[in-house]
Design a protein. Structure first.
Length: 123
């Protein structure tokens, strides 16, 4: 949807988002069958605001929030904090059980969904 979103052609943006949604659905189905885990996110928005108030194409990235979705069989044990792009890599390292280098300034965005849940979190 990225390049299509920059065209300002709403119908093309809708089709692109529907196509990506279908493809991610197939990936997630297989991933869960294999007991895998993934994060689904984006680095910016645009398809949600393809036209400016004057009707001209909005070809710039929006500053709207984007989704950050953890997909796994154990996903209900976690909730996602709000964060920034720099938090994606530390969250991936957490899921892989790897240490976060001190040079990384971001934070793990996954925290226990329940207060009394035992934790191995760096939240």
């Amino acid at each position: 949807p990225d390049m299509v979103g920059h065209t300002g052609i709403v119908e093309a943006g809708i089709k692109a988002v529907e196509t990506v949604d279908e493809c991610i659905g197939r990936i997630v189905t297989k991933l869960l069958e294999l007991d895998g885990k993934c994060l689904v996110t984006a680095d910016h928005g645009n398809c949600e605001q393809m036209r400016n108030p004057d009707g001209s194409p909005n070809t710039a990235h929006t500053s709207n929030l984007v989704h950050f979705i953890y997909v796994a069989k154990d996903a209900a044990q976690f909730r996602c904090k709000d964060g920034i792009l720099a938090d994606v890599a530390p969250t991936l390292l957490f899921l892989l059980g790897l240490p976060q280098p001190k040079e990384m300034t971001g934070h793990n965005l996954l925290i226990p969904a329940f207060r009394n849940q035992p934790s191995r979190f760096s939240a």
